[in-house]
Design a protein around this ligand. Structure first.
Ligand SMILES: [Cu+2]
Length: 184
């Protein structure tokens, strides 16, 4: 299992997190073999996007692929419109788009992000575009719990896929495990 890097982030003011993410072709190691994939941030799976309940997430996404793509935040209860989880927006090659949404309370958990540009979803997903997303809740802000969590901090997130139009994600963190089967 590869170590999953944390997506570059800034907290320029309280309650606001800014994250840079790009999609690009990259050579990566998959099960000991070198492969050319389409990646987020040059890693496979893509970098971990870590958000907190109640904050505003601003994700500046740059498309360095040769075709249009976009971002979908799978499972997050955020609006599918505007600059939020709007799958109807397509980002042309070489262009950037800044997604922005408020992270609701009560949704702490493990999610993932992937492209959702109709007509190319499956191909782009199978090319390597998928990454984990964790929403932290108020419990993680408790110093005692934070100390325990840092000892057992999530270091592995396993993404499994199967054929037939379904994909399965299986994720394990220090404090919770979740498993989901979904179609897109
Ligand atoms: Cu999905």
């Amino acid at each position: 299992m590869p170590e999953i890097p944390l997506a570059p982030l800034r907290r320029p003011e309280p309650g606001l997190i800014e994250i840079d993410l790009d999609a690009r072709p990259a050579h990566v190691m998959v099960d000991g073999r070198r492969a050319m994939l389409w990646t987020y941030g040059g890693s496979f799976p893509g970098p971990l996007v870590r958000l907190s309940e109640g904050e505003t997430a601003r994700l500046r996404f740059t498309n360095r692929l040769p075709e249009a793509t976009n971002l979908h935040f799978h499972g997050l209860h955020v609006p599918p419109t505007g600059r939020a989880d709007n799958i109807w927006l397509h980002v042309p090659p070489g262009e950037s788009f800044t997604y922005e949404f408020s992270v609701p309370s009560g949704i702490a958990g493990t999610y993932w992000y992937h492209p959702h540009a109709h007509g190319t979803i499956a191909r782009q997903l199978w090319a390597g575009l998928a990454g984990p997303l964790i929403v932290e809740g108020p419990l993680e802000a408790m110093p005692e719990l934070a100390a325990r969590m840092s000892e057992s901090r999530c270091s592995r997130i396993l993404l499994l896929t199967s054929s037939g139009g379904q994909h399965r994600t299986e994720c394990t963190t220090g404090t919770r495990a979740s498993r989901a089967i979904c179609s897109w």
